[in-house]
Every structure is written in structure tokens, then in C-alpha cells.
Design a protein around this ligand. Sequence first.
Ligand SMILES: CC(C)(COP(=O)(O)OP(=O)(O)OC[C@H]1O[C@@H](n2cnc3c(N)ncnc32)[C@H](O)[C@@H]1OP(=O)(O)O)[C@@H](O)C(=O)NCCC(=O)NCCS
Length: 149
Amino acid sequence: MDIRRALPGDAVALTRIAFAAKRHWGYPEAWIRQWKESLTITPEFIQDSEVYSAVVGEETVAFYALTGTGQRRDLEHLWVSPAWIGSGVGRLLFEHATRTATSLGANTLEIEADPNAEGFYLRMGARRIGENVYEMDGQERVLPLMAWC
Ligand SMILES: CC(C)(COP(=O)(O)OP(=O)(O)OC[C@H]1O[C@@H](n2cnc3c(N)ncnc32)[C@H](O)[C@@H]1OP(=O)(O)O)[C@@H](O)C(=O)NCCC(=O)NCCS
């Protein structure tokens, strides 16, 4: 598996992975539609951010994106294609992301995690530093805020 800097032309493939990975948790399609903007990866976003893909042969199987500046960066995306979930690719990309952040001069990586992914980030050595609370269709949705230092 190679980890490569993504190119603007990868936007459609990365968007597909983001939607498929989010659906992996079984959310209602109405929620997926509400998340459309945040799950859509544009060529401009790839151009302006640190976006890296995991590639097997010719297939892109996962990616992550770092945003922000200075000592704190945000892991804004980390999505593994469902067929590859549980294969170790998430760990490889997370470790790559921490190295990338460190090389950019950051000492902290923050993540607003999907609740289903909190255990993964804890396993990667991040800790829970808070939470963001949203409302979805009248239900409270609590997203853990994680930090890796
Ligand atoms: C969360 C995600 C990125 C993890 O990637 P992955 O490739 O499945 O994880 P890995 O196989 O590298 O697992 C690494 C370790 O974390 C553990 N782990 C993985 N996913 C976990 C989860 N959801 N909960 C608890 N532990 C988890 C694994 O058991 C493994 O532990 P080990 O070190 O004891 O072997 C991936 O499952 C995914 O994309 N999920 C759907 C989309 C999503 O929620 N993304 C995160 C948005 S914040």
C-alpha cells in the first residue's frame, strides 16, 4: 500500500469513499443528505489542504485531510472504504497524519470524531478533551472532541 499526496483530480473518488465510509455506520439516508456538504471533497479543498490517499494497485482505499495552521491542526477527514475497514489502513493513515502534522510544526492534532470511531482514536493514543453537541431531527447528537499530542 502506498500513501500519496492526493491530487485535485481525485476529488470524485475521495468523495465516494467519504460517503461510503459514513454509511458504514448505518445512518439514515436523510442524515447522509444533511451531511452532503461536509462529505464532499472538492478539487479546491485538495489543492488547499494536506490530503493524502492510501492506494493499493490502482485503487484508492482511504484518505485523510489535515487543515489549520500553527501548532494545532485538525484531522478533518479520515475515511476508509468499507471493504478495507479493519485492515489496518486507518492506523497507517493516522500515523502518517501525525507525522505530517509534526513535520508542519504542529504538536497537537484535534479530531471531532464520529461516535462510532472514538474507540479507534483512543487506540491511536488520542484522548477525549470535550464534546460538541448538535441536534439531528430532534435528537441530540454528541460528537467526541479528541486530541492527539
Ligand atoms: C474509523 C476508521 C478510520 C478506522 O480505520 P480501520 O482501518 O478500520 O482501523 P484499523 O484496522 O487500522 O484499526 C486500528 C486499531 O483500532 C481498533 N479499531 C478500529 N476501529 C475501531 C472502532 N470503530 N472502535 C474501536 N476500536 C477500533 C482496531 O481494533 C485496531 O486495534 P489493534 O491495534 O488492537 O489491532 C474506519 O473504520 C472508518 O473509516 N470508519 C467509517 C468512517 C468513520 O467513522 N471515519 C472516522 C470519522 S471521524
